[in-house]
Structures are given as C-alpha cells and as structure tokens.
Design a binder for this molecule. Sequence first.
Ligand code: ZN
Ligand code: CU
Length: 490
Amino acid sequence: MNRRFDVLIRNGSVVDGTGAARFGADIGILGDRIVCIGDLGDATATKVIDASGLIVAPGFIDAHTHDDRLLLSDPHMSPKVSQGITTVVGGNCGISLAPMPRPIPDPVTPPLNLLDEGGKWFRFSTFADYVKQLEATPAATNCAMLVGHSTLRVATMTDLTRPASPDEIAAMREMVVEAMHAGAIGLSTGLAYAPAIGAPTEEVIEICQPLVEYGGIYCTHMRDEGDKVIEALNETFRIGREVGVPVVVSHHKVVGAKNFGRSKETLKHIQCHMATQEICLDCYPYAASSTILAPHLAANATRVTVTWSKSLPEFAGRDLAEITEELGGTQEEIIDRLLPAGAVYYRMDEDDVQRILAFDQTMIGSDGLPHDEKPHPRLWGTFPRVLGHYSRELGLFSLETAIHKMTGLTAKNFGLADRGVVHEGAFADLVVLDEGSVDEAATYDNPIAPSKGIETVLVNGTVVWNGGKPSGEHPGRVLRRQRGSHPAPH
Ligand code: ZN
Ligand code: CU
C-alpha cells in the first residue's frame, strides 16, 4: 500500500534524543505528530525533505531562557529556531513577565528590566492573561513557563530588602496558585539579585507550597555561585526536600578566580544528593556570564563588557576598563553613570565549564538575553557551540550524548510529554542538521549571527526555519508539565 504523509523526511541518520546510537530511517509526519519511522521508500508526501548525509534529531529544548517577552514581541524567535531550538523554558531567575496586578515601578526594578526596560510589557495582571496572549498570538517555538519569585515580590511588596510578611506570603502564594492553574510549570527564584536577597529560605518554602498539588518544579539562580556555592546548593536541596518538589540548579557554574576548580566539589555534592531527592541542572557553554551591570559582579571578573546602557547607550559593546579610562574616575563611579545597564563578565574557568557540561545529568540552557543591545553570544550560539566546539572538536562527548542533553533529558526533567524524542507518536519537533559543519557563528564581538549547519527546523510538524531564514510560520504552543513524569529516585 502506498502511504501518504504531510511531511516525509527521507534518508536521514536519526539521533533519537535518548542517547542511543544513530540509525538510518525515513520519518513520516501527519499533522503535528511523527507517525512512522522506518523504510518509507514507497510513501509519498505533500512535502518531502531530503536528509541524505544529515542528522535528524528532536528539536532542542532550551532549558533556561528569558524569552518571556520575545515570544510576543518577536514571534519568529530567530535567535532560537536558527539553533534548532523548538521549545524554550521561560520565566527563569525569579523574573517572569506575569503576573503584574499593579503598574510596575518606573524605572523597572532590576533585574526585571532584562525583560523590558520600558515596562509596557509587564501588562498582564494574571498569569492566565499572559498564557491567553501566548496562545492567541503564538510564536515559532513552543514554550513552558515558570512564574518568577522576584516578579511576585515586586507585585506585592514595596520594601524589597526585607522578608515578606505573613500577609505578603499569602498574597504571593495565591498568585502561584493562579499561575499553576493557568499552566505554569513551576516557580523560579533569583536569590542572588537585589529584589530577592532579603527573602529567607523559609519565605521561598512557603511560597512554593502550591507546587506540590500542581506537580510543579522549582528552578533557582542560587543565592551564591562563588565562595558560598556549597551553602547555596544546600539551601536549594532543602527547599526541594521541605516542599517536596524536584529542583533545577540553573546555569550551574563557579565564579571568581579563587573558586576555579571547585566544580569537582559541587558536582560530587549534587551527585550525592541526587540519590535521595530529584535534582536537575543546566549549563551554558561559555566561561563568561551575563546579566545586569552591578559593581559586586564586576569586582570578581577579570574583564567586563557593557552589553547595553540606558544612560550612555553609545558604550554598548565596549570594555568597562576602557570606558573607565576614557571618562576618568573609579570603576564604581563609571558603573553608576552607565546604569541601568547590562554586562558580560569573564569570571569562570574553562575546565569547570567543561566538567559541568560533561556531567551526565547536565542539560543545555542558553540563558540568552534577547533584548540586550550587544548580547552575550550564548543567545544565538549555545546549542551549535555544544555540538560543534565541545562535541565534534574537543570530543567532550558523542553527538548522541550532546543531543540527549538538549532533548530527551530536558523533556523528562521538565515533564514535557512526547517531546525531546524521535519516536512514533511523539510531536514532530525536529531539526535536520549537518554534523560536519554545525557550529556557532556568534562571537563576543559579533554576537548576532545565525549558526552554521542547521538546515531545517520543524515545530509541531510545521517548518519554522529553512535555508537560513525563518519560514514565518508560528506553530508554537504553551506546554504544560505532565504530572508524575519524573518519579522520585529510590
Ligand atoms: Zn540567572
Ligand atoms: Cu537566567
């Protein structure tokens, strides 16, 4: 019998996302699902993609993003689909666009201004309103969204330096219930940032309570990623245990020259605690970080580049030491003049980056900042850099393992059902790529550039990227977390 599909991907080498070895097969797609994998030589299709000599893999899941607004303001999602990303996890580091039941302070409280400096995008009074908008005007990629603790604090409190009162905790918890009911997959914190530093561990535990009933996950930009990184891991594990939810250690790293090499210690500590509770982690493949410009962050970096500045926009892309020399004064004074602003900080050890990337359970997340004038190259380059630089060139792990860290592992950890694998019945989120040439094109100097070797990208059976440009289609969906998808270890 002559089978007919909507889309047929022929002659590809399939890397299925589970970590298993590749195999040659055709893939038949009907609607939004993969319906047949095998020798489909006699089949026909409305659209045929020839993948001879190419890899066919599950579309990548970006485990850590700040795409809350990009999904609405630039729905082609070019920085993402150009890398083969088909799903983004948003609302990280305590920062989500919703809910904002009262007008956001002007100027927008850092680091919430990473999502929108002007503030007009913080216009969704409930999480449900935000989800409704994402569904009414979909993006090219799927998304799975967290509600941010700092956003809740800004929406609830005026003095952000102190612990929340019992009434404020109750109000924030109500908002978590609303968000989870509307489809959030969990809650994020950014305990290292000013709006949340004043929150004790107990506040987080209280606010996270509704996650249990809704099967949510807790993701955290920890209180400390330097000298006190072990204490910060312990706080994270305690929150996970006392609430009874899985935790995600976001963008795991150790910063500051005197902590170089300590990933040996942190990974051992994480591994040890994984035996008794659910712990996940993600990492971006660079030895420089990026966030808002702040004196305490600049202090332990060997070099700082300004990514944007509201007060002195002409200095975007320039070296902080250079600007300081040019304008005269101390570094602190210059930072003060540039604020509000963003920066890239060179403050990690490459050996630590590689050790964390290579750790079995590490997922890949870009942590890209899509609204920066001159963004960190991780925004456009993360996934192809792992495939090209770290897997192919350095041999840190096989292509199959690299892809697993971007797909199957991530879908399992976040409870994204029928995503992250090339299986019959799974959603047709797929990337066709050239193993020999896949690589980042983005650099620190020229950070806005589509990657090399990403040929075709499909989301829910629809092509979103082909021939080096977006198709203009927006088939993305808001994904919910499947309950019990990640059973506790014994
Ligand atoms: Zn963060
Ligand atoms: Cu982040």
